[in-house]
Design a protein around this ligand. Structure first.
Ligand code: ADP
Ligand code: ASP
Ligand code: MG
Length: 813
């Protein structure tokens, strides 16, 4: 090919070396991103490669907002311009040394001056493209300057200097003219990296044009094809094309390869990952396209090309939350002819011959253009525009042969499907829905299509009674659980040592292995590292009684962990910490389950939450919430000294190491707080009236001394027993709270005298009882009773929480 002003060798050399890289707005969102792009351009691009850039961050949107605001009264446009100017000049100043920055700022100031004249009405701009073009121009100019500053030879090119097109909703590129102009510009300068503005082109009358939103992808393949490039790399903020839009769908999978036709279909269906026309200019024999991440260069990428594949497979799920549907009267022959002139392919169309209707579905972006066309053609109401429709589609070669196709169709049968069909090339299944798309529906559909079993890493803190019992239980339950999610224990820790293995620890001889393999650790340091564990979700099982761990809950949530606690310290923390825990939990959308903190394995929280979910209101809960106190009081009689019972209970391991923890009712206060908070009441320690059983003089002494002097407990206890007996009653340690109509809460913990025949007076020692009055259970309470402690039932309760968690995480919301 002979080109004026260039030798044949120059033309050839340009074609041989050139590769095109494209960086979108998200790759140029701030100064840090620019530096990263500059590094990629020097490290990953050859010396004569061409780089196509979009406007930085959301500059295009900002310019559009300024144009819209300028049409209205008020100073919004000026304010928006000021913000844009600050952003752009900020980038320049941050990236370039003072001299370079000064000259670039001067250029930009002249541009902004033009915007100002436009806003003041002193300069009319015939096309939005004239102003939109600045976005890409600023990026190209700045990136070239940054590269030069770093010692790389680079120049910027305004695409309007070479890319010539005929104006249309999809501008028609004048290839020959454009190619020559581009080669004249770049071929004489091998060894210079040219930074070209994406998105824009020049019209036949030298007017500015755009190639449509996200048009820089198209610019990149256009430039590639004009230069006969072998490779175009589209650098995005995503590591290639995924099974769905990661902004809408939670657990997408990345695709190493995509066929031309599949990528084309995906783009045609309006997926924002590639402009619909990206593949039009591509010579498939010669060119390879990669989509990869500019944020994480080392990540996988998607190569788009011609690949042999054995089996057809649905690869990408895509959706449009709003499409425009047009109903056309086929009887109107004139209109049918005029349709050809629309010059725009619908995303999907079908006819209903019996009704003489054709339906055309368009992308929302084309609404303005089509509306203008409709006004022109005077269609006598033969076209009806229908809103409120959406689209979902599954893209993959020979889609109809896949199981996913069947799943897709089946899952959609419960939706309001207006039309279901195949794309023209059989590589997409498309459904037009008469409904809005909600994220839950999309996520569910995606996970069903890609049948993705998610993984959960479990870190067990506390390997005491409950921890050990739970690990044994988990061992038995593992196979069943793993059908729901891939659940692995990634670590077991006591207060000093941790056995960590991200691959999942082997549980067969876990106790001996722990002794052998556990290493000293610091929880706060571990926390920083944990988010890197290769799991979709992580949960901490806090099976300790440690206050310092409860204090870490906010940062556990903030580091992305869910929590299952048997530890009461967080749920009963003082209001300030409790509030912080809840706030951070909600902010990071984490789960927190703690069913065993009250009543061990008893289904208390299920009952309460289920009643509330049905519409009932809890009025009061009272009862004996402590197994220890239940044991002590049910065995206490005139024949036995209370203090001896305390000693025996301690001996049997029924009490805390310091029995005063139980006797002072702290444990009960904790449970009461947790219960009250569970039903949404604001309650703190000082709101609870507590009558401790530990006399003042026994409070500040050592445990040993207390045990020695324990008989000093007996006199007041015997007095209690006797005075209760006078009325045929017995003393019991009760905890209770009640809520008045005005939602005032009364909560107390202390001795009450109960008629000897009452159920509260006749528990099996150790038994817990919860008496729940609600709006509906007002005559007769709902009573839940049973063992409120014990390692087996508690481990079972922890397992129940894990099951709940799995249910929530796998249901995908
Ligand atoms: P840029 O302007 O940087 O070129 P965009 O932000 O316009 O890039 O497009 C990339 C975005 O496309 C991604 O951030 C992602 O949210 C979205 N996207 C939609 N569908 C997909 C998909 N299947 N795979 C990857 N990204 C997708
Ligand atoms: N800056 C343009 C847009 O935002 C083009 C592009 O990003 O590709 O649409
Ligand atoms: Mg974009």
């Amino acid at each position: 090919m002979a080109i004026e002003g260039l030798t044949q060798e120059q033309v050839q050399a340009a074609a041989d070396t050139v590769q095109v890289h494209k960086f979108g707005g998200s790759s140029l969102a701030d100064a840090f991103c620019y530096r990263r792009v500059a590094r990629i351009v020097t490290e990953y691009a050859g010396a004569s490669d061409v780089v196509v850039v979009s406007a930085a961050g959301d500059t295009t949107n900002r310019i559009l907002a300024i144009i819209a605001a300028a049409k209205k009264p008020g100073d919004t446009a000026a304010i928006l311009l000021e913000q844009l100017e600050k952003f752009q000049l900020g980038l320049i100043n941050e990236l370039l040394g003072s001299d370079l920055a000064q000259s670039l700022c001067q250029l930009s100031n002249a541009d902004f001056e033009r915007f100002r004249r436009f806003i003041r009405g002193e300069e009319s701009i015939s096309r939005d493209a004239e102003l939109l073009a600045y976005g890409e121009l600023w990026s190209a100019r700045l990136l070239a300057a940054l590269l030069r500053k770093q010692g790389t030879r680079a120049e910027h090119i305004d695409a309007r200097d070479f890319l010539c097109a005929e104006d249309a909703p999809e501008p028609l590129i004048q290839e020959q003219v454009s190619r020559e102009a581009l080669l004249q510009r770049v071929a004489p300068y091998p060894g210079t990296r040219f930074i070209v503005t994406g998105f824009i082109a020049r019209g036949l009358n030298s007017e500015s044009l755009t190639l449509g939103r996200n048009g820089s992808d198209y610019s990149a393949t256009l430039v590639g094809s004009l230069l006969d490039a072998k490779q175009v790399t589209i650098w995005k903020d995503v590591a290639g094309v995924y099974s769905a839009d990661p902004r809408k769908i939670e657990r997408v999978v990345s695709l190493p390869a995509l066929d031309w036709s599949e990528a084309e279909e995906l783009a045609r269906l309006g997926s924002p990952v590639l402009h619909p026309r990206t593949f039009q200019p591509v010579n498939r024999e010669r060119m390879v396209i990669s989509v990869r991440s500019s944020l994480k260069v080392e990540n996988q990428q998607t190569r788009i090309g011609q690949f042999e594949h054995a089996e057809p497979r649905g690869k990408v799920f895509t959706s449009l939350s709003e499409v425009v549907l047009f109903k056309i009267e086929l009887n109107d022959k004139r209109l049918v002819d005029q349709l050809d002139e629309l010059d725009l392919e619908p995303i999907f169309s079908w006819t209903e011959p019996e009704k003489h209707h054709q339906y055309l579905v368009f992308h929302q972006n084309h609404l303005d253009y089509i509306s203008r066309w409709l006004e022109q053609i005077d269609n006598d109401n033969a076209v009806t525009q229908i809103r409120g429709y959406s689209m979902v589609a599954l893209v993959g070669d020979r889609i109809q042969e896949t199981d996913q196709y069947t799943t897709f169709k089946l899952q959609l049968s419960e939706q309001k499907v207006r039309r279901f069909g195949l794309g023209e090339h059989g590589n997409s299944a498309i459904a037009i829905l008469e409904q809005q798309l909600d994220s839950r529906f999309l996520n569910r559909l995606h996970s069903q299509l890609f049948n993705y079993r998610r993984s959960l890493g479990v870190l067990v803190l506390g390997r005491g009674n409950i921890g050990s019992a739970w690990l044994e239980l988990f061992k038995q339950q593992r196979d069943r659980i793993n059908q729901v999610m891939d659940v692995r224990i990634i670590g077991i820790a006591n207060s000093k040592r941790l056995w960590l293995d991200y691959g999942g620890v082997e549980l067969n001889a876990w106790s001996a292995d722990f002794d052998r393999l556990a290493r000293p650790y610091v929880l706060t340091e571990l926390l920083r590292e944990l988010p890197n564990a290769p799991y979709d979700e992580l949960v901490i099982l806090d099976l300790t009684d440690a206050k310092p761990i409860a204090q870490l809950y906010p940062s556990l949530f903030a580091n992305g962990l869910h929590i299952i606690s048997a530890n009461k310290r967080a749920g009963s923390a003082h209001e300030s910490l409790y509030h912080e825990i809840r706030t951070i939990q909600h902010e990071y959308k984490r789960e927190w389950l703690y069913n065993t903190t009250v009543g061990a394995g008893l289904p208390l929280n299920y009952a309460i939450n289920d009643l509330r979910a049905q519409g009932d209101e809890i009025r009061s809960i009272s009862g004996i919430f402590s197994g220890t106190m239940s044991w002590l009081f049910e065995n206490f009689s005139a024949d036995t000294a209370f203090s001896d019972l305390v000693a025996e209970a301690k001996e049997r391991g029924y009490t805390e190491p310091d029995p005063r923890e139980d006797l002072s009712c702290q444990d009960l206060v904790r449970k009461l707080l947790i219960l009250a908070r569970e039903i949404g009441l604001k309650l703190d320690w000082q709101d609870i009236e507590v009558n401790s059983l530990v006399p003042e003089h026994l409070r500040d002494i050592s445990v040993a001394e207390f045990m020695q002097r324990r008989s000093e407990l007996d006199e007041p206890m015997n007095e209690m027993l006797e005075s209760a007996a006078k009325d045929g009653k017995v003393p019991r340690l009760l905890a209770s709270f009640s809520v008045s109509e005005e939602r005032r809460v009364k909560a107390k913990v202390g001795i009450e005298y109960i008629p000897a025949g009452d159920m509260l007076a006749n528990l099996i020692p150790g038994e817990n009882i919860f008496v729940i009055y609600t709006d509906w259970y007002s005559e007769m309470p709902l009573v839940i009773s049973g063992p409120g402690a014990g390692k087996q039932v508690t481990a079972g309760g922890v397992q129940s929480d894990l099951n709940q968690l799995l249910g929530r995480l796998s249901a995908i919301s």
